[in-house]
Design a protein around this ligand. Structure first.
Ligand code: PBG
Length: 327
């Protein structure tokens, strides 16, 4: 008779069986919560394309970070919106820069919460590119001149008490340059989480509204990666690890789960995935229309990112997820 001997359904019969046989666990320990801090801001201002995400003043960002800490989230990731911008992006490495101020304020109130800084200049440059340009309207970013700016930015963040620096610019050699600068100045204990495989993605749209960092001309395709490429991502990750990256990142996450999986199989280093602004906005928009169950969809997506091989996930949903996981 044709009755099946193997019945996988036996282990799915009850919630207790499903819990015991679950292969992937999403936990609060894996979450990193991004925060936007704006100079001269008062209180908080919601970002239109990212419901539930705000630009915070230095004072109020401490409360936002405190919420994350209270929920057991181990880390926040800071982005700064400066009062002024210039061609060199010098607000990124100003001693009293916005991220530097926010770092001091947060660490002063929540010393155990890990504060990670996005190390890039696109929020600070008048042209919106992630480095120093060859000419006033030439979108070609000068690689080696930018390395000095990035190293100076990482150093000023370390001086402000940052726990981890996360370079997101995609210049060649930035991890090595940052590592050398940190080591030369006594910050050999500060780890580098590098945005190693960062693609030139349309999913960053809402972020650029939030951080006011859209390029004023041209695009980022000469420095961020071409979306069709996987082997190149592995090469980028290998280079960053050789240069001294302590942990690496794939970004965005959802259209790049194969990259996360391949990176996990090839490298031993801790691996982060960035569930970016556009991925968040899609879920929020559909949920607002009642088209998707936000909680179930979000947990399913984040579990998928972890199942693909990510050890940690940067997500704007972090507070909500931490609450859902408690229930
Ligand atoms: C800065 C930076 C960006 C993001 C993180 N760091 C924007 C960009 O490269 O254009 C995107 C994050 C997101 O979309 O959530 N270079």
């Amino acid at each position: 008779m044709g009755f099946p001997l193997q019945r996988p359904r036996r282990l799915r019969r009850t919630e207790s069986l499903r819990r015991l046989t679950r292969e992937t666990r999403l936990t609060v320990d894996q979450l990193i919560y991004p925060l936007f801090v704006a100079a001269g801001a008062d209180g908080r201002q919601e970002i239109a394309s990212m419901p539930g995400v705000h630009r915070w003043s230095v004072r109020s960002v401490v409360d936002a970070a405190g919420q994350a800490a209270d929920l057991g989230i181990p880390a926040v990731l800071l982005f700064g919106l400066p009062e002024w911008k210039d061609a060199a992006g010098s607000g990124a490495f100003a001693l009293d820069g916005i991220v530097q101020q926010a770092t001091q304020a947060i660490k002063g109130s929540f010393p155990d919460l890990l504060v990670i800084a996005d190390t890039c200049v696109c929020e600070y440059t008048s042209h919106g590119h992630c480095g120093v340009l060859s000419g006033a309207s030439d979108p070609d970013v000068r690689n080696d001149a930018t390395l000095e700016v990035l190293a100076g930015t990482a150093l000023s963040q370390a001086r402000a008490g940052i726990d981890v620096v996360a370079p997101s610019d995609m210049m060649d050699g930035r991890v090595g340059a940052i590592r050398r600068a940190l080591d030369e100045h006594g910050f050999e204990h500060v780890p580098i989480l590098s945005y190693a495989a960062k693609y030139a993605s349309a999913f960053y749209g809402p972020f650029r509204d939030a951080a006011d960092s859209a390029p004023q001309f041209g695009d980022r395709r000469t420095y961020q990666m071409d979306p069709p490429n996987l082997r190149e991502a592995l090469r980028e990750i290998a280079l960053d690890l050789e240069e001294g990256a302590d942990a690496v990142m794939v970004k965005p996450a959802l259209a790049y789960l194969d990259v996360i999986r391949a990176a996990r199989e090839r490298f031993d280093a801790p691996l982060a995935a960035y569930n970016v602004s556009g991925e968040y906005a899609m879920v929020k928009a559909a949920a607002a229309r009642g088209w998707l169950d936000e909680r179930r969809v979000t947990l399913e997506l984040l579990t998928g990112i972890v199942r693909a091989g990510a050890d940690m996930v940067i997500t704007y949903h972090a507070l909500e997820v931490a609450r859902w996981l408690r229930q």
